[in-house]
Design a binder for this molecule. Structure first.
Ligand SMILES: [Zn+2]
Length: 366
């Protein structure tokens, strides 16, 4: 079956390339290998902070009941969410991009991950047309594709915490026989397929064996369906963590029936932005998400808080190989982790500099 997309994603390079400022950085140190140049930016216009906070938004159904509830967002409200994030300078990435610190985000923008739980049909529905199956324009994916068509400096990038076809789930995304094609389509179109367990039950009282069966079993079902899927993140059903904290490492690494899994992070169900992956506050075992609701602790509440003066949001330097931040925040840097990721560090003086480029303090060793 061939799914006709409503549009194709623009290559990211084309998007970020045109937004970069002309480099006026310091001259390279003499020697056979010049030091890498830090990204440069006009501090009177943008003050990158790649140690800042990042919102991860959690959705369930889109437009199922026509009402806004904690598990269902109307199409109109979802469209308004995208509009708000776009206008306030956010840029979509996947949850895996965040936790792996693979943040290729244009200068001055803040990453945001849109995440969808349970592989519900209203997230990715297919409709039959004379031209073959097409993405339902009113499902979450259809809305995002339409939005990006109207805002070509954005892209379709989202995380789907799927329930695979299993004893309790007829099919991922609720249309029998179409789960495989949908997962392949999402993968090809800039989205992340992530793990949400097999049976979607509370992990609170699970044993070590049960945890590995639930996560490893789901991992096997998804990767058997599509061996190109590389699962990197997990979201706990209903946000219910094992009561026994000693078992938490099994949320990231384990083996079930000879099938091993190894993830970078586990996500909770609520309620606030997460620390940057370059921050010492980042805990890959407990990353919260913001529910797509109105009012207290909802999406609009946090977007306003983060974008207010001193809101502490992550602001990109436009160059994924560098981590830029005001020198005053240096104590928050998870130096060892970031250096292991091969990133260069760019701490800059944020006071008294008018239009100067960033000033590197420690080029990370390879
Ligand atoms: Zn769920």
């Amino acid at each position: 079956m061939r799914i006709t997309p409503l549009l194709f994603c623009l290559p990211l390079v084309a998007l970020t390339g045109c937004l970069k400022f002309k480099s006026t950085g310091p001259t390279p140190t003499p020697g056979p290998t010049p030091a890498p140049k830090p990204p440069t930016f006009d501090l009177t216009k943008v003050q990158p902070d790649e140690l800042g906070k990042i919102p991860v938004i959690m959705y369930h159904d889109i437009g199922k009941s026509g009402k806004n509830t904690p598990l269902d967002r109307t199409v109109a409200s979802f469209e308004k969410d995208l509009e708000l994030l776009y206008e306030k300078g956010f840029y979509p990435v996947t949850a895996a991009d965040i936790v792996a610190n693979r943040l290729d985000v244009p200068l001055g923008k803040t990453p945001v991950a849109l995440t969808f739980d349970d592989a519900r049909k209203t997230q990715f529905g297919l409709i039959q047309t004379d031209q073959g199956p097409q993405v339902d324009p009113n499902c979450a994916l259809g809305v995002m594709e339409r939005f990006v068509k109207a805002h070509p400096d954005w892209k379709v990038s989202a995380t789907f915490f799927v329930l695979p076809k299993s004893k309790v789930t007829n099919e991922s995304f609720g249309q029998t026989g179409m789960g495989k094609d949908k997962i392949a389509y999402l993968l090809k179109n800039g989205c992340e397929i992530a793990n949400h367990s097999t049976l979607h039950k509370s992990f609170a009282d699970y044993t070590a064996a049960q945890i590995q069966e639930e996560i490893g079993g789901a991992d096997k079902l998804v990767t058997d369906l599509n061996p190109e899927v590389k699962l990197e993140t997990f979201a706990l059903p209903m946000g219910k963590y094992p009561r026994n904290k000693a078992l938490w490492p099994l949320l990231l690494k384990g083996t079930y029936n000879g099938h091993s899994y190894s993830y970078k992070a586990a996500f909770d169900a609520a309620w606030r932005p997460i620390p940057s992956p370059a921050s010492v506050k980042f805990n890959p075992l407990r990353l919260e998400r913001i529910n797509s609701i109105d009012g207290l602790n909802g999406i609009r509440y946090w977007v306003e808080k983060l974008t207010a003066p001193g809101g502490g949001r992550y602001i990109s330097d436009g160059d994924p190989s560098w981590v830029s931040f005001p020198k005053a925040k240096e104590a928050e840097l998870a130096r060892e982790r970031v250096e292991k990721q091969g990133k260069q560090l760019n701490a800059y003086e944020s006071q008294g500099i008018q239009g100067a480029g960033g000033k590197p303090i420690v080029p990370a060793s390879k």
